[in-house]
Design a protein around this ligand. Sequence first.
Ligand code: GKR
Ligand code: MG
Length: 477
Amino acid sequence: MAHCPRLAGGDQFWKALKHNKTAGKHNCLALDCFATIRYPPCTMRLADMRIHSIAIADPPLRSSYGLHAPYALRTLIELESDAGEIGIAETYGGEAQAKQLEAVRAQIIGTNPFRLSGFLSPMIEGQGSGHARSQTYQVPGENPLDATTRTYAAIEVACLDLIGKTVGQPVCDLIGGRVRDEVPFSAYPFYKHEGGGGEGEDSREDEYGEALSPEALVKQVQRMIATYGFTSVKFKGGVLEPDIEIETIKRLYAALGSSVPLRIDPNSAWTVETSVRVGKELARELGRGGYLEDPTEGLENMAEVRRRLVEKGIETPLASNVAVTSFADLPRSIQLDAVQIILCDHHYWGGMRQVQHLARLAKTFSIGMSMHSNSHLGVSLMAMAHVAAATPHLNYACDTHYPWQSAEDEVVLGGRVAIKNGCVRIPDKPGLGVELDYDQLARGRERYARCNFRKRDDEAEMRRRVDPNWKRILPRW
Ligand code: GKR
Ligand code: MG
């Protein structure tokens, strides 16, 4: 598999090193000395791509988009090199995503994974910007305008995993080197209906129970913290009357104390007026490392909320993963001071290196960085952890839906990735540090084949399960 002396290891490597020393080039074994050894070009090629559409049980979580279906859809991809090494990635699911990946097969097979991002670079920006491109009206993963960035990102992660496994380095160290070994994530409570996800005999245990009141929400968070040790909380609002959500945050603050940063994210459900009112009423609770995420729709409205809060002496930052979803959104957002924290996400920003570029820009303009998530398994969690580990300017704990998924659905060999003290540790292994469990993957594929879902549609699910007349209205309050 290895085409250079160092990769080949053993005799070839030591001979090359000895030769260099004899030639007077080096007299020590430091790793950087290897750079001057002349390597034959790497001839690794991608021999195969396998695309696995899977369904994973998902509890009935609520947001302003509607209701989560009993199954969330994900796609796992495997890129196999001509030497039989396999790189993996996880991304959004359903029919459209699988087709997008299938469509680039011909461009990928036979190419060198070290150079792949160059070949595919026209895909990296996606199309358009602003409302049409945003996640204001479309749930993440379903907007056709970022289809190419999502597809590119999945290929990039699988290539990096493959390269990491080939050269024996963790992905975070390939993309610039880690600045942290442990990546902090925050608890991600949702109002939810009864049920643990899945259907019929394939139903999951309802670990957290129904939570449709401030009291129940606080219990949900306490349970999550007891299990995972999270030290910050991102609460999904935009579901109940704003006064109930204000009450929920106040109770969380009373229960957890001022040292636990709190965030609320109603996914654009509020008017400017309501957003300003919530910002004022929660000035203390959302301070100290917390934030107000996408309270209202669009950059202009966000800027107006910011201006009116600052006028009142309230500095709570506004965060976004809804209004700012591409590089093309940055100039306007910066000009208006609409968003003070961007939630990055390699899955739709065009991969890990685009997230690193974004972080550099954010730092230049004194914008904070956090990370967004959607329902996902361990392969995505590890990719998120690797890019977070190698992004110095990521100054808020990342989101993760991981506590909402169950061991029965995990496709990582050895089971679920551990979250301890609220953190994911970068494993001392090459690539992403995880492998696929092929039996579990097959179960995920069977579930996909059995279930009727082929795209995420929270609005339809809300009508099916809760209220036949429900419509997403923005702003609702
Ligand atoms: O899982 O329902 C959900 C969330 O609302 C999700 O779709 C959002 O993308 O987590 C997200 C967010 O921060 O906006
Ligand atoms: Mg959000």
